[in-house]
Design a protein. Structure first.
Length: 240
């Protein structure tokens, strides 16, 4: 399910370009309308002890805003899309938005002017996609250091598939039938973002995504790769 918000600030203001954590925090703040669910999602999540997922993602801000130096100037109405495969998540989030009619971002309060709920699903086995938020593929070495991989790296696709398989099992309680394939259709663009005090390397681009429809739909609703609940891995389906 997709929830698209139209937000309006009470006055123009500026935010750092690395705003992922603040949007994630705003989402959890809204979910606190149901404390038990908010606690479950934040502290536990879906899946087994070794593979926990929040099963939601969100894209970047768009609309009446512009980049000035290392800041984004918010000058009027902006939009934000949030997706999840969990009906409970979407129901609680929508309820909170209707009740509070506001969205907190940094120290600013934005009025919720419109809530659009979508039910788009993927039904094909091959889709052309473009990233709305960049894809993170990573692992930790023996020393515990995080290593990030680019789409042209040999490790990229196996790690992406492993993440997908664990995400599928967390959602449906069983292993997927077959994996996924992600093929770059242009030169991916590297993006380095600071999130919760950590530098994260991710990639924007156009890709061909191949797999069973239910697998691709899961990824459409929850995101590709890691750190989806921190605003990474959302994509749109485009015409070939």
């Amino acid at each position: 399910m997709q929830i698209r918000l139209t937000l309006e600030p009470r006055q123009p203001f500026a935010i750092p370009l690395s705003y992922h954590y603040q949007i994630q925090s705003a989402i959890y703040h809204l979910l606190n309308v149901n404390p038990d669910y908010a606690h479950f999602l934040h502290d536990t999540g879906y899946g087994s002890t070794s593979s926990r997922f929040r099963l939601f993602t969100f894209g970047g801000l768009s609309g009446k805003c512009r980049i000035v130096g290392k800041e984004m100037q918010i000058e009027g109405r902006i939009t934000l899309e949030i997706r999840s495969i969990s009906e409970e998540f979407c129901k609680i989030l929508k309820q909170a938005l209707l009740e509070r009619e506001e969205f907190r971002l940094f120290d600013q309060t934005l009025s919720v002017r419109m809530i659009e709920v979508g039910e788009k699903h993927v039904t094909a086995e091959r889709v052309s996609i473009v990233t709305r938020s960049p894809i993170v593929v990573k692992c930790s070495d023996e020393a515990g250091k995080t290593i990030y991989y680019a789409p042209h790296d040999a490790e990229f696709l196996p790690l992406l598939q492993n993440n997908f398989s664990r995400k599928y099992a967390a959602c449906f309680g069983t292993e997927p039938e077959g994996g996924i394939l992600l093929l770059p259709q242009n030169q991916p663009r590297k993006v380095v973002t600071r999130c919760k005090g950590i530098w994260v390397t991710a990639y924007h681009g156009k890709f061909l995504l191949i797999g069973k429809p239910e697998s691709l739909d899961l990824l459409y609703q929850t995101g590709l790769g890691s750190k989806n609940a921190q605003g990474f891995g959302m994509f749109d389906i485009i015409d070939d």
